[in-house]
Design a protein around this ligand. Structure first.
Ligand SMILES: [Cu+2]
Length: 292
C-alpha cells in the first residue's frame, strides 16, 4: 500500500521532467537531443498465428498465407479453449495432391488447454490440417467433416496454410469437376503454373458455380477470376454429357472458391458454409486453386 501511494506521484514528477526537457529542446534551434528514446524498430516480424477459438472451437483464420522471405516458416497454434485440441494432417484425397499438399509428411500434435504449439513448415506448399476432436475425415468424400453437435457445426475445425515458395513441375492445365448427383467438386486442391488453365466439367444434371468470394487477405484471391460467378452447365443445359468451364490464372496466389448454388461465403469467418439441402452437407461445395 505504501509503495502504491507514492507511485503516482513519482510518475507525475517524471512526466513533468520529460515535458520540461522537451520544451527546453523546442526553444533552442541548436538542440540536438531529447531524453525520449524512440521505440526500437522491430527486427523480427510476428510469427503467423492460428487461434483455436473458445466459443466455436474452430481454427481461426481458416486460411493462412506464410511468406518465408518476410515471416519465416513457423506457424503457432494458440489454444484459447479450456480443453486440449489436436492438429493433424488431412490424408491426401488424391495422388495429384502429393506434389503440393502436406509435403512435409504427417503432423500430429496436441495443444494443451490454454497452451500453444509451433510448427516448422519449411517446404513450400499447402498444409491442410484438422482437429480430430471436432472433426473427422469423411471416408467417401475425403473431406474434413464437422462432427455432429460440435460447437462450430456445420463448419469443420480445419486450417489451410499456404507456405509460399517454388514448387517444381506444376502443370499448365488441370481438370476438376462435379460428379453426377452430388454437390461436390472432385478435387479440393489443384495447383497450376502461373498462366495455366483450370477446367471444371459438370457431370451432374444441374448448374454449379466456381464463385469468387473476393480478396480477403494478401495472396488470397488476388484477382477476380472469370466473371466472378463462373457457371458450369450440367446435363440439362449442356446435353448429353454436361459442360466445361475454363479459367486462366495469370496472377500467383491461392484462389478459394465455392458453388453459390450450394454454399454461402461467411464474411466473418472468411470461409464457406454448406446449404443444408446440399448433398454433402455439412461439408461445403468449395475448392482451391494454387497458382505460382
Ligand atoms: Cu453446386
Amino acid at each position: 500500500m505504501h509503495r502504491n501511494f507514492y507511485w503516482p506521484n513519482w510518475r507525475v514528477t517524471a512526466f513533468a521532467a520529460v515535458l520540461l526537457l522537451l520544451t527546453a529542446c523546442d526553444t533552442g534551434a541548436g538542440a540536438t537531443s531529447t531524453s525520449v528514446t524512440p521505440p526500437p524498430a522491430p527486427t523480427t516480424p510476428p510469427t503467423p498465428q492460428i487461434t483455436i477459438d473458445a466459443t466455436t472451437r474452430l481454427f481461426i483464420p481458416f486460411i493462412t498465407v506464410v511468406d518465408p522471405t518476410t515471416e519465416g516458416t513457423t506457424v503457432t497454434f494458440v489454444n484459447n479453449d479450456t480443453v486440449p485440441h489436436d492438429v493433424r494432417t488431412v490424408p491426401l484425397a488424391d495422388p495429384t495432391e502429393a506434389a503440393f499438399v502436406n509435403v512435409s509428411g504427417r503432423i500430429a500434435k496436441t495443444i494443451p488447454a490454454g497452451g500453444n504449439v509451433t510448427l516448422s513448415l519449411t517446404k513450400p506448399g499447402i498444409y491442410d490440417l484438422y482437429d480430430d476432436t471436432q472433426a473427422t475425415i469423411d471416408p467417401h468424400w475425403k473431406r474434413v467433416r464437422a462432427k455432429a453437435n460440435t460447437a462450430g457445426f456445420p463448419y469443420a475445425a480445419e486450417a489451410v496454410i499456404w507456405v509460399k515458395g517454388t514448387i517444381a513441375g506444376l502443370p499448365k492445365t488441370t481438370q476438376n469437376g462435379v460428379t453426377a448427383g452430388n454437390d461436390d467438386f472432385m478435387h479440393d486442391f489443384v495447383a497450376l503454373a502461373a498462366g495455366g488453365k483450370a477446367t471444371w466439367h459438370d457431370y451432374d444434371t444441374d448448374k454449379h458455380y466456381v464463385t469468387d468470394p473476393g480478396t480477403f487477405g494478401p495472396n488470397i484471391n488476388p484477382t477476380k477470376f472469370g466473371d466472378g460467378l463462373n457457371v458450369i452447365k450440367g446435363t440439362v443445359d449442356a446435353p448429353p454429357d454436361g459442360g466445361n468451364m475454363t479459367l486462366t490464372f495469370t496472377t500467383p496466389g491461392l484462389y478459394y472458391y465455392f458453388c453459390t448454388a450450394h454454399a454461402d461465403f461467411d464474411p466473418y469467418l472468411q470461409r464457406d458454409r454448406a446449404h443444408p439441402d446440399s448433398s454433402i452437407f455439412p461439408m461445403p461445395m468449395e475448392g482451391f486453386v494454387l497458382v505460382q
